[in-house]
Design a protein around this ligand. Structure first.
Ligand code: AMP
Length: 306
């Protein structure tokens, strides 16, 4: 069982109320791959520039991440994103987006990559997401993420890809921005009407809401005392969700619920430090311990059980 992911590998400049960093490793596919590789093999399709060094690529080393399709373009610069957070860490303010190598990126899957078990279209241009989907033989599960940048600049393209996937993972603010509907449940139903079976709404420190045609599931975020930098939480969450699902034989409601908790566990590690500094140092054991903490956090008996 393996996942093919296409998305950004980036350099980020970040400012949070707790610190500032001018250049660190980031990108939707970077966080996703490292998170998912705790559960399954990952095939990474992305592009970087000449400024992306072997030292930067170390993040993928020693993990089940295949880099054959991580293109390096000579004479060009890696995708760059600069973001800032105030005390409400749920809201990222984009200061600058420089597409650089992504402006001309045309992902070409090789024969092996055309038959992935699970496909994750991480946050990149929705037209590129669609092109990659078109190149695959319909995988068992196709999921995607996006962000406000693409909702405002490529709405029609997003609508097309929303209708072509099984699972959409998206922020609460983006659900409202896309639908212009204030009520979250109604807004989710509007997106599901485009064709996907499952919508997973990331609500930052308030957790996650999953909506399908027949069911709703809500999970809290892990109540951390020290949230340092929320960048990458969403992509890490998606990596945990899809990584876990790729490692299971079937995708049904119970597995989706477990997957959401694994995703939340992994995201809770990412936000403890800048960039992938925390995510890269954890073990499977840390992940399973925090999964058990989640069980305790959300467990309650039937009223009148004792
Ligand atoms: P998140 O998980 O939503 O916090 O995503 C953070 C990552 O998304 C950062 O490391 C950025 O490099 C990357 N990113 C930001 N804007 C874009 C964009 N327009 N397209 C692709 N990746 C982006």
């Amino acid at each position: 069982m393996s996942i093919l992911v296409v998305g950004s590998v980036a350099f980020d400049a970040l400012q949070t109320p707790f610190g500032k960093i001018d250049r660190c490793l980031g990108g939707s596919a970077t966080y996703f791959s490292v998170a998912a590789s705790y559960f399954t093999e990952v095939e990474l399709v992305a592009v970087v520039g000449e400024d992306f060094t072997d030292e930067d690529a170390r993040i993928f080393e020693g993990r089940k991440i295949n880099l054959d399709s991580l293109q390096r373009v000579a004479g060009a610069k890696t995708f760059f994103w600069s973001g800032e957070y105030g005390y409400d860490l749920n809201v990222a303010k984009t200061r600058d987006t420089q597409l650089n190598v992504f402006a001309d990126f045309k992902p070409q899957l090789n024969d092996r990559q055309r038959h992935p078990d699970v496909l994750f279209l991480a946050n990149i241009d929705p037209d590129l997401q669609y092109e990659v989907l078109q190149q695959t033989e319909r995988p068992r599960l196709v999921a995607l993420d996006t962000m406000n940048y693409w909702i405002s600049s490529k709405r029609d393209s997003l609508e097309r890809i929303f209708g072509a996937v099984d699972l959409i993972i998206i922020n609460e603010a983006e659900v409202r921005q896309f639908t212009k509907e204030a009520n979250l449940v109604k807004a989710c139903r509007q997106i599901l009407d485009l064709g996907a079976q499952t919508l997973v709404v990331k609500r930052g420190e308030y957790g996650v809401l999953m909506i399908t045609k027949d069911a709703i599931f809500a999970a809290p975020a892990y109540p951390l005392e020290n949230v340092f930098d929320p960048t990458g939480a969403g992509d890490t969450f998606a990596g945990g969700v899809l990584g876990y699902l790729a490692s299971r034989a079937e995708v049904h409601d119970r597995e989706l619920r477990r997957a959401i908790i694994f995703g939340s566990v992994l995201a809770s590690f990412t936000v403890e430090k800048f960039s992938l500094d925390r995510l890269r140092e954890i073990s499977l054991r840390d992940i399973h311990e925090r999964y058990q903490d989640f069980r305790a956090l959300t467990h309650f008996d039937d009223f009148g059980a004792d």
